[in-house]
Design a protein around this ligand. Sequence first.
Ligand code: SF4
Ligand code: SF4
Length: 99
Amino acid sequence: MVNSRDPKSTIAAVQHPTVGEAGKTGTWRTFRPVIDENKCILVTSPKARCHTCWMFCPEGNISKTRPPRVNYDYCKGCGICAQSCPHDAIAMRKEEDEP
Ligand code: SF4
Ligand code: SF4
């Protein structure tokens, strides 16, 4: 249960996307973010810290893993993650061009 007065509870609620009344919303997307693991600092430098994309995604759709993963079931394709990546490791690609 989410307690809005408990900061940890609020953050946890934001970090885990779940099925809402609209169901899976990934089908709305025109562009999808694709992470280039050859550029992501978490892959290229084992001791590095980043997860900027995870922090800025407004939908909580990026995992805090090494490398980070996008949950395409709920990603809206807003591009904030790509804009926020300090290593230019996320490209926004046309949905129809991706498998
Ligand atoms: S495109 Fe937007 S919704 Fe999708 S992972 Fe990036 S920041 Fe999140
Ligand atoms: S912001 Fe870019 S460099 Fe940082 S973890 Fe995400 S993809 Fe990797």
